[in-house]
Ligand binder design. Structure first.
Ligand SMILES: C[S@@+](CC[C@H](N)C(=O)[O-])C[C@H]1O[C@@H](n2cnc3c(N)ncnc32)[C@H](O)[C@@H]1O
Length: 252
């Protein structure tokens, strides 16, 4: 499965409309979608606001979005940190789903976003917590070592598998008023109860194929780690464990 197919499939399980109802959007506003990937949320936002700019570092995604671009959308292939937000003009809102977890210093970045937003502007963050270990049985043989791997990844300045649990306090520290917070959002792929569908399991297989950091941390036991994740999400005892969180901050 290539990355475009994998990310396109994920859009079905995100159920974005449930999130969008909490955004204080206004008709003519300009919203930035940080880490837009295949543009699922970019499309939904562009029906609600005046203009949406999608930003992503991956040129394959940007080319895919350009091909289906709507009249009130633009796309930029760049890193979040390099974009000149002030030069974009008044920004009314910023959407970042599963993307600020890649930043080494998301706190500084949120402060920058706060300063770039117009009065009354908002930022909406959706992200994971215990992304991998939260999808394993707590008594699985490798559960604790996977948890340790997640924490070490963040400590060494790489991907933060727990960014979701830090978003609310980071938004406050950056000067936002948190107007909505949900610390246990249902997501058929990442945070749900009961056995996952075959499509969800296939997507997890594809993700595990490309998680080189995890593979390198478990050079001998990688197959076992994967089968512990896949068997947990396929099984009836699977339970929602606060793996996906959603926070909306606003400048008041
Ligand atoms: C896990 S995907 C999430 C995609 C989409 N927002 C969603 O929720 O389905 C993260 C996206 O952020 C992009 N990304 C990660 N770090 C980035 C950075 N520093 N600058 C720009 N894009 C980045 C990746 O290329 C990828 O498309």
């Amino acid at each position: 499965m290539d990355l475009i197919d994998e990310y396109t499939a994920q859009q079905r399980w995100r159920n974005w409309e449930r999130y969008l109802q909490y955004l204080p959007v206004r008709d003519g506003g300009h919203v930035i979608d940080l880490g837009c990937s295949v543009g699922g949320v970019t499309d939904l936002l562009s029906s609600r606001v005046g203009w949406v700019t999608g930003v992503d570092l991956n040129n394959e995604f940007i080319k895919f979005c350009e091909k289906k671009r709507r009249p009130n959308q633009s796309f930029t292939c760049d890193s979040f940190e390099s974009v000149d937000y002030e030069a974009i003009g008044p920004i009314s809102g910023v959407w970042a789903s599963f993307s600020l977890s890649y930043l080494e210093n998301p706190q500084n970045f949120l402060t920058r976003i706060h300063d770039a937003l117009e009065p009354g502007g908002w930022v909406a963050l959706v992200d994971v917590s215990c992304f991998l270990s939260g999808n394993m049985a707590r008594d699985a043989r490798h559960h604790d070592s996977v948890r340790e791997f997640e924490l070490n990844s963040w400590k060494s300045g790489h991907y933060d598998f727990d960014f979701g649990s830090k978003m609310e306090s980071m938004l406050k520290l950056a000067g936002f008023n948190v107007i909505h917070y949900d610390d246990n959002v249902t997501d058929a792929e990442l945070n749900d109860s009961g056995p996952a569908s075959r499509e969800v399991i296939n997507n997890w297989r594809a993700r595990l194929e490309r998680l080189d950091g995890l593979r390198n941390a478990f050079p001998v036991a990688y197959e076992e780690v994967c089968s512990e994740i896949l068997s947990f999400i396929s099984s009836p005892p699977r339970t929602k464990r606060n793996n996906v969180k959603f926070a909306v901050g606003r400048i008041t």
